[in-house]
Write a protein that binds this ligand. Structure first.
Ligand code: NDP
Length: 350
Protein backbone atom coordinates (compact mmCIF):
# COMPACT_ATOMS: atom_id res chain seq x y z
CA UNK A 1 0.00 0.00 0.00
CA UNK A 2 1.18 3.57 -0.74
CA UNK A 3 0.48 6.69 1.31
CA UNK A 4 0.37 10.41 0.65
CA UNK A 5 0.83 12.93 3.44
CA UNK A 6 -0.49 16.35 2.49
CA UNK A 7 -1.97 19.53 3.89
CA UNK A 8 -4.22 22.41 2.88
CA UNK A 9 -2.76 25.47 1.21
CA UNK A 10 -4.07 27.87 3.89
CA UNK A 11 -5.89 27.92 7.24
CA UNK A 12 -9.00 29.29 5.57
CA UNK A 13 -9.00 26.52 2.98
CA UNK A 14 -8.42 23.86 5.67
CA UNK A 15 -11.50 25.02 7.58
CA UNK A 16 -13.57 25.04 4.40
CA UNK A 17 -12.44 21.52 3.56
CA UNK A 18 -13.17 20.31 7.11
CA UNK A 19 -16.71 21.68 6.81
CA UNK A 20 -17.25 19.94 3.47
CA UNK A 21 -16.07 16.63 4.95
CA UNK A 22 -18.32 16.95 8.02
CA UNK A 23 -15.60 17.74 10.59
CA UNK A 24 -17.69 20.56 12.14
CA UNK A 25 -15.48 21.03 15.21
CA UNK A 26 -12.46 21.75 12.98
CA UNK A 27 -14.49 23.85 10.53
CA UNK A 28 -15.38 26.20 13.37
CA UNK A 29 -12.07 25.81 15.21
CA UNK A 30 -9.49 28.56 15.68
CA UNK A 31 -5.75 28.18 15.15
CA UNK A 32 -5.27 26.65 18.62
CA UNK A 33 -7.75 23.89 17.77
CA UNK A 34 -5.87 23.20 14.54
CA UNK A 35 -2.48 23.24 16.24
CA UNK A 36 -3.55 20.39 18.50
CA UNK A 37 -5.54 18.47 15.85
CA UNK A 38 -4.16 14.97 15.12
CA UNK A 39 -3.53 13.80 11.53
CA UNK A 40 -6.52 12.32 9.71
CA UNK A 41 -6.58 9.38 7.35
CA UNK A 42 -9.14 10.85 4.96
CA UNK A 43 -9.36 8.61 1.96
CA UNK A 44 -8.47 5.21 0.54
CA UNK A 45 -8.07 4.68 -3.15
CA UNK A 46 -7.33 2.01 -5.70
CA UNK A 47 -5.22 2.84 -8.79
CA UNK A 48 -4.57 0.71 -11.89
CA UNK A 49 -1.43 1.31 -13.95
CA UNK A 50 -1.11 1.27 -17.72
CA UNK A 51 0.51 -2.15 -17.20
CA UNK A 52 -2.72 -3.42 -15.60
CA UNK A 53 -1.31 -3.66 -12.07
CA UNK A 54 -3.64 -2.38 -9.31
CA UNK A 55 -2.43 -0.91 -6.01
CA UNK A 56 -4.18 0.53 -2.94
CA UNK A 57 -3.33 3.79 -1.24
CA UNK A 58 -4.42 6.25 1.44
CA UNK A 59 -4.35 10.02 1.86
CA UNK A 60 -3.39 11.40 5.27
CA UNK A 61 -3.99 15.08 6.02
CA UNK A 62 -1.36 16.20 8.50
CA UNK A 63 -3.65 19.05 9.70
CA UNK A 64 -0.66 21.33 9.13
CA UNK A 65 -1.32 24.68 7.42
CA UNK A 66 1.37 27.05 6.08
CA UNK A 67 0.45 29.63 8.74
CA UNK A 68 2.08 27.23 11.26
CA UNK A 69 5.50 27.41 9.56
CA UNK A 70 6.84 29.89 12.11
CA UNK A 71 5.84 27.60 15.02
CA UNK A 72 8.74 25.18 15.09
CA UNK A 73 7.28 22.73 17.63
CA UNK A 74 3.84 22.61 16.03
CA UNK A 75 5.15 22.14 12.51
CA UNK A 76 7.52 19.40 13.71
CA UNK A 77 4.79 17.59 15.63
CA UNK A 78 2.41 17.68 12.66
CA UNK A 79 4.91 15.98 10.35
CA UNK A 80 6.03 13.40 12.93
CA UNK A 81 2.46 12.51 13.92
CA UNK A 82 1.43 12.04 10.29
CA UNK A 83 4.47 9.82 9.67
CA UNK A 84 3.68 7.79 12.77
CA UNK A 85 0.08 7.32 11.58
CA UNK A 86 1.30 6.21 8.14
CA UNK A 87 3.65 3.64 9.63
CA UNK A 88 1.12 2.36 12.16
CA UNK A 89 -1.38 1.96 9.30
CA UNK A 90 1.04 -0.50 7.72
CA UNK A 91 1.79 1.63 4.65
CA UNK A 92 4.88 0.43 2.79
CA UNK A 93 5.83 3.71 1.11
CA UNK A 94 4.53 7.22 1.86
CA UNK A 95 5.32 10.52 0.13
CA UNK A 96 5.86 13.64 2.21
CA UNK A 97 3.94 16.23 0.18
CA UNK A 98 3.93 20.04 0.14
CA UNK A 99 5.77 21.63 3.04
CA UNK A 100 6.07 18.39 5.02
CA UNK A 101 9.32 17.28 3.32
CA UNK A 102 10.78 20.78 3.72
CA UNK A 103 9.90 20.79 7.44
CA UNK A 104 11.46 17.32 7.78
CA UNK A 105 14.73 18.43 6.18
CA UNK A 106 14.98 22.00 7.47
CA UNK A 107 14.24 21.00 11.07
CA UNK A 108 16.50 17.95 10.76
CA UNK A 109 13.81 15.52 11.88
CA UNK A 110 15.94 12.51 10.98
CA UNK A 111 17.48 13.03 14.45
CA UNK A 112 14.15 12.15 16.04
CA UNK A 113 13.31 8.63 15.02
CA UNK A 114 11.35 7.69 18.14
CA UNK A 115 7.75 9.00 18.22
CA UNK A 116 6.15 7.72 21.43
CA UNK A 117 6.24 3.89 21.06
CA UNK A 118 6.97 3.99 17.31
CA UNK A 119 10.46 3.92 15.83
CA UNK A 120 10.04 5.54 12.43
CA UNK A 121 11.48 3.41 9.63
CA UNK A 122 12.88 5.86 7.09
CA UNK A 123 12.70 3.36 4.24
CA UNK A 124 8.90 3.70 4.42
CA UNK A 125 9.05 7.37 3.36
CA UNK A 126 10.12 9.40 0.32
CA UNK A 127 10.17 13.14 -0.35
CA UNK A 128 9.20 12.44 -3.97
CA UNK A 129 11.72 15.06 -5.09
CA UNK A 130 13.50 12.86 -7.68
CA UNK A 131 10.31 12.41 -9.69
CA UNK A 132 9.46 16.10 -9.24
CA UNK A 133 12.88 17.11 -10.60
CA UNK A 134 12.54 14.77 -13.59
CA UNK A 135 9.03 16.02 -14.39
CA UNK A 136 10.18 19.65 -14.28
CA UNK A 137 13.10 18.94 -16.62
CA UNK A 138 10.83 17.16 -19.09
CA UNK A 139 8.40 20.10 -18.89
CA UNK A 140 11.27 22.38 -19.93
CA UNK A 141 12.41 20.07 -22.72
CA UNK A 142 9.00 19.49 -24.29
CA UNK A 143 7.40 22.93 -23.90
CA UNK A 144 10.23 25.37 -24.72
CA UNK A 145 10.36 24.32 -28.41
CA UNK A 146 6.59 24.98 -28.75
CA UNK A 147 7.32 28.61 -27.89
CA UNK A 148 10.15 28.83 -30.40
CA UNK A 149 12.84 28.62 -27.70
CA UNK A 150 15.93 26.67 -28.79
CA UNK A 151 17.28 25.13 -25.59
CA UNK A 152 20.74 24.58 -27.01
CA UNK A 153 21.26 28.36 -27.07
CA UNK A 154 18.72 29.41 -24.40
CA UNK A 155 19.49 30.89 -21.00
CA UNK A 156 17.70 28.90 -18.32
CA UNK A 157 17.42 30.40 -14.82
CA UNK A 158 16.84 28.05 -11.88
CA UNK A 159 15.44 29.96 -8.90
CA UNK A 160 16.21 27.78 -5.88
CA UNK A 161 19.16 26.18 -7.70
CA UNK A 162 20.88 24.99 -4.52
CA UNK A 163 17.79 23.25 -3.15
CA UNK A 164 17.11 19.54 -3.31
CA UNK A 165 14.91 19.74 -6.42
CA UNK A 166 16.81 22.70 -7.90
CA UNK A 167 20.22 20.99 -7.77
CA UNK A 168 18.76 17.86 -9.44
CA UNK A 169 17.22 20.05 -12.14
CA UNK A 170 20.57 21.83 -12.70
CA UNK A 171 22.42 18.51 -13.02
CA UNK A 172 19.96 17.21 -15.61
CA UNK A 173 19.78 20.45 -17.62
CA UNK A 174 23.55 20.72 -17.83
CA UNK A 175 24.40 17.01 -18.33
CA UNK A 176 21.41 15.71 -20.30
CA UNK A 177 19.57 18.59 -21.96
CA UNK A 178 22.61 20.69 -22.70
CA UNK A 179 21.09 24.18 -22.38
CA UNK A 180 22.87 27.28 -23.69
CA UNK A 181 23.59 28.72 -20.24
CA UNK A 182 22.39 28.00 -16.71
CA UNK A 183 21.69 31.00 -14.46
CA UNK A 184 21.85 30.03 -10.78
CA UNK A 185 19.68 31.91 -8.26
CA UNK A 186 19.45 31.48 -4.46
CA UNK A 187 20.37 33.58 -1.43
CA UNK A 188 23.31 31.78 0.20
CA UNK A 189 26.41 32.48 -1.86
CA UNK A 190 28.65 29.67 -0.62
CA UNK A 191 26.09 27.02 -1.56
CA UNK A 192 25.82 28.62 -5.02
CA UNK A 193 29.60 28.52 -5.43
CA UNK A 194 29.67 24.84 -4.37
CA UNK A 195 26.97 24.00 -6.91
CA UNK A 196 28.72 25.96 -9.65
CA UNK A 197 31.92 24.06 -9.02
CA UNK A 198 30.10 20.70 -8.98
CA UNK A 199 28.36 21.51 -12.27
CA UNK A 200 31.54 22.90 -13.80
CA UNK A 201 29.59 25.95 -14.98
CA UNK A 202 26.52 28.13 -14.58
CA UNK A 203 26.44 31.87 -13.83
CA UNK A 204 25.38 33.12 -10.39
CA UNK A 205 23.01 36.08 -10.61
CA UNK A 206 20.60 38.02 -8.39
CA UNK A 207 16.94 37.19 -9.09
CA UNK A 208 16.07 40.41 -10.98
CA UNK A 209 19.08 40.12 -13.32
CA UNK A 210 18.43 36.45 -14.02
CA UNK A 211 14.77 37.15 -14.83
CA UNK A 212 15.76 39.85 -17.30
CA UNK A 213 18.06 37.48 -19.23
CA UNK A 214 16.28 34.13 -19.05
CA UNK A 215 14.33 32.53 -21.89
CA UNK A 216 13.20 29.81 -19.46
CA UNK A 217 12.76 30.23 -15.69
CA UNK A 218 12.38 27.21 -13.40
CA UNK A 219 11.03 28.24 -9.97
CA UNK A 220 11.81 25.69 -7.30
CA UNK A 221 11.71 27.93 -4.24
CA UNK A 222 8.81 29.00 -2.07
CA UNK A 223 8.85 32.73 -2.59
CA UNK A 224 7.29 35.45 -0.45
CA UNK A 225 3.69 36.41 -1.33
CA UNK A 226 4.93 40.00 -1.55
CA UNK A 227 7.31 39.24 -4.44
CA UNK A 228 6.55 41.33 -7.53
CA UNK A 229 7.81 40.66 -11.04
CA UNK A 230 8.30 43.42 -13.59
CA UNK A 231 6.78 41.84 -16.71
CA UNK A 232 8.35 44.51 -18.92
CA UNK A 233 11.86 43.29 -18.05
CA UNK A 234 11.20 39.63 -18.97
CA UNK A 235 12.20 38.04 -22.26
CA UNK A 236 9.44 37.45 -24.83
CA UNK A 237 8.78 34.61 -25.28
CA UNK A 238 9.56 33.30 -21.82
CA UNK A 239 8.61 29.91 -20.39
CA UNK A 240 8.16 29.83 -16.61
CA UNK A 241 7.84 26.52 -14.82
CA UNK A 242 6.16 27.18 -11.47
CA UNK A 243 7.57 24.31 -9.40
CA UNK A 244 7.34 26.00 -6.00
CA UNK A 245 4.55 25.70 -3.51
CA UNK A 246 2.11 27.40 -3.42
CA UNK A 247 1.81 27.81 -7.18
CA UNK A 248 1.07 31.51 -7.62
CA UNK A 249 3.32 32.68 -10.44
CA UNK A 250 0.61 32.95 -13.09
CA UNK A 251 -0.96 35.92 -11.31
CA UNK A 252 2.42 37.66 -11.03
CA UNK A 253 3.95 37.03 -14.46
CA UNK A 254 1.71 35.40 -17.07
CA UNK A 255 0.61 37.26 -20.19
CA UNK A 256 2.02 38.87 -23.33
CA UNK A 257 4.47 36.16 -24.38
CA UNK A 258 5.16 34.95 -20.82
CA UNK A 259 3.83 31.41 -20.43
CA UNK A 260 3.48 29.96 -16.94
CA UNK A 261 3.15 26.20 -16.51
CA UNK A 262 2.37 24.43 -13.23
CA UNK A 263 5.64 22.64 -12.51
CA UNK A 264 6.10 19.22 -10.95
CA UNK A 265 2.56 18.17 -11.87
CA UNK A 266 1.73 14.98 -13.76
CA UNK A 267 -1.38 13.69 -15.45
CA UNK A 268 -2.40 10.03 -15.18
CA UNK A 269 -3.78 8.26 -18.26
CA UNK A 270 -7.01 7.30 -16.49
CA UNK A 271 -9.46 8.80 -13.96
CA UNK A 272 -8.73 8.07 -10.29
CA UNK A 273 -11.74 7.94 -8.01
CA UNK A 274 -10.45 10.27 -5.27
CA UNK A 275 -11.24 13.71 -3.80
CA UNK A 276 -7.80 14.68 -2.59
CA UNK A 277 -6.60 16.59 -5.66
CA UNK A 278 -9.71 18.79 -5.72
CA UNK A 279 -8.40 20.53 -2.63
CA UNK A 280 -5.03 20.95 -4.35
CA UNK A 281 -6.85 22.99 -7.01
CA UNK A 282 -5.84 20.82 -9.93
CA UNK A 283 -7.67 21.63 -13.17
CA UNK A 284 -8.39 17.95 -13.76
CA UNK A 285 -8.35 16.56 -10.20
CA UNK A 286 -9.24 12.99 -11.22
CA UNK A 287 -6.03 12.73 -13.26
CA UNK A 288 -3.59 15.45 -12.20
CA UNK A 289 -1.42 15.31 -9.09
CA UNK A 290 1.87 16.49 -7.63
CA UNK A 291 4.81 14.48 -8.94
CA UNK A 292 5.98 13.80 -5.36
CA UNK A 293 2.71 11.96 -4.66
CA UNK A 294 3.03 10.06 -7.92
CA UNK A 295 6.51 8.93 -6.80
CA UNK A 296 4.98 6.96 -3.90
CA UNK A 297 2.60 5.29 -6.37
CA UNK A 298 5.48 4.45 -8.71
CA UNK A 299 7.51 2.91 -5.89
CA UNK A 300 4.49 0.79 -4.96
CA UNK A 301 3.79 -0.22 -8.57
CA UNK A 302 7.42 -1.26 -8.97
CA UNK A 303 7.72 -2.84 -5.52
CA UNK A 304 10.68 -0.52 -4.74
CA UNK A 305 9.92 -0.18 -1.05
CA UNK A 306 12.73 2.20 -0.26
CA UNK A 307 13.20 5.88 0.57
CA UNK A 308 14.05 6.60 -3.06
CA UNK A 309 14.30 10.38 -2.48
CA UNK A 310 15.85 11.21 0.86
CA UNK A 311 18.15 13.82 2.40
CA UNK A 312 19.36 16.94 0.62
CA UNK A 313 21.10 17.27 -2.73
CA UNK A 314 21.34 13.54 -3.43
CA UNK A 315 19.35 13.53 -6.68
CA UNK A 316 21.39 12.09 -9.54
CA UNK A 317 20.54 12.11 -13.25
CA UNK A 318 20.56 8.30 -13.11
CA UNK A 319 17.90 8.16 -10.37
CA UNK A 320 15.85 10.78 -12.25
CA UNK A 321 15.99 8.66 -15.37
CA UNK A 322 15.02 5.52 -13.43
CA UNK A 323 11.93 7.08 -11.86
CA UNK A 324 11.11 8.88 -15.13
CA UNK A 325 11.05 5.61 -17.05
CA UNK A 326 8.78 4.09 -14.40
CA UNK A 327 6.53 7.16 -14.64
CA UNK A 328 5.99 6.69 -18.37
CA UNK A 329 5.60 2.91 -18.01
CA UNK A 330 2.72 3.28 -15.54
CA UNK A 331 0.85 5.97 -17.48
CA UNK A 332 1.97 9.36 -16.12
CA UNK A 333 2.80 12.36 -18.34
CA UNK A 334 4.28 15.69 -17.25
CA UNK A 335 1.69 18.46 -17.52
CA UNK A 336 2.14 20.56 -20.68
CA UNK A 337 1.11 24.01 -21.84
CA UNK A 338 -2.37 24.30 -23.30
CA UNK A 339 -2.06 23.94 -27.06
CA UNK A 340 -2.06 27.37 -28.66
CA UNK A 341 -5.45 27.69 -30.40
CA UNK A 342 -5.22 29.70 -33.63
CA UNK A 343 -7.62 32.69 -33.79
CA UNK A 344 -10.61 32.04 -36.10
CA UNK A 345 -10.30 34.23 -39.17
CA UNK A 346 -13.60 36.07 -38.53
CA UNK A 347 -12.57 36.98 -34.98
CA UNK A 348 -9.15 38.09 -36.15
CA UNK A 349 -10.70 40.38 -38.79
CA UNK A 350 -13.26 41.80 -36.34
P1 NDP B 1 14.83 23.27 -0.55
O1 NDP B 1 14.56 23.87 0.79
O2 NDP B 1 15.77 22.13 -0.65
O3 NDP B 1 15.35 24.41 -1.54
C1 NDP B 1 14.83 25.68 -1.61
C2 NDP B 1 15.74 26.51 -2.54
O4 NDP B 1 15.17 27.79 -2.72
C3 NDP B 1 17.14 26.73 -2.02
O5 NDP B 1 18.03 26.82 -3.11
C4 NDP B 1 17.03 28.10 -1.35
O6 NDP B 1 18.33 28.67 -1.25
C5 NDP B 1 16.13 28.81 -2.37
N1 NDP B 1 15.37 29.95 -1.87
C6 NDP B 1 14.54 29.99 -0.80
N2 NDP B 1 14.01 31.22 -0.66
C7 NDP B 1 14.50 31.97 -1.69
C8 NDP B 1 14.33 33.32 -2.10
N3 NDP B 1 13.55 34.17 -1.40
N4 NDP B 1 15.00 33.76 -3.20
C9 NDP B 1 15.78 32.91 -3.91
N5 NDP B 1 16.00 31.63 -3.56
C10 NDP B 1 15.36 31.16 -2.47
O7 NDP B 1 13.38 22.89 -1.14
P2 NDP B 1 12.97 21.72 -2.16
O8 NDP B 1 13.96 21.66 -3.26
O9 NDP B 1 12.64 20.49 -1.39
O10 NDP B 1 11.58 22.30 -2.70
C11 NDP B 1 11.56 23.48 -3.50
C12 NDP B 1 10.12 23.94 -3.78
O11 NDP B 1 9.42 22.94 -4.50
C13 NDP B 1 9.29 24.20 -2.53
O12 NDP B 1 8.53 25.35 -2.74
C14 NDP B 1 8.40 22.97 -2.43
O13 NDP B 1 7.20 23.24 -1.74
C15 NDP B 1 8.15 22.69 -3.87
N6 NDP B 1 7.76 21.30 -4.14
C16 NDP B 1 6.88 21.12 -5.15
C17 NDP B 1 6.45 19.86 -5.49
C18 NDP B 1 5.49 19.74 -6.63
O14 NDP B 1 4.95 20.69 -7.08
N7 NDP B 1 5.27 18.60 -7.15
C19 NDP B 1 6.94 18.68 -4.78
C20 NDP B 1 7.88 18.96 -3.75
C21 NDP B 1 8.27 20.24 -3.45
P3 NDP B 1 18.67 29.87 -0.20
O15 NDP B 1 18.11 29.46 1.12
O16 NDP B 1 20.15 29.99 -0.27
O17 NDP B 1 17.98 31.06 -0.77
Amino acid sequence: MFGLIGHSSSFEEARRKAGALGYDEFAAGDMDVWCSAPPQLLETVSVTSLTGKTIQGVYIDSCFVPEMLSRFKTATRKVQNAMELAQKSGIAITALGGFTSIIFENFDLSKFQQIRSTTLEWERFTTGNTHTAWVICRQVETNAPHLGIDLSTAKVAVVGATGDIGSGVCRWLSQRTGVGELLLVARQRQRLLDLQSELGGGRILPLEDALAEANVVVWVASLPQTLTIDRERLQHPCLMIDGGYPKNLDTKAAGDGVHVLKGGVVEFFNDIDWQMMEVAEMENPKRQMFACFAEAMLLEFEGWHTNFSWGRNNISVESMEQIGNASLRHGFQPLGLEPVVPQPLAAAVA
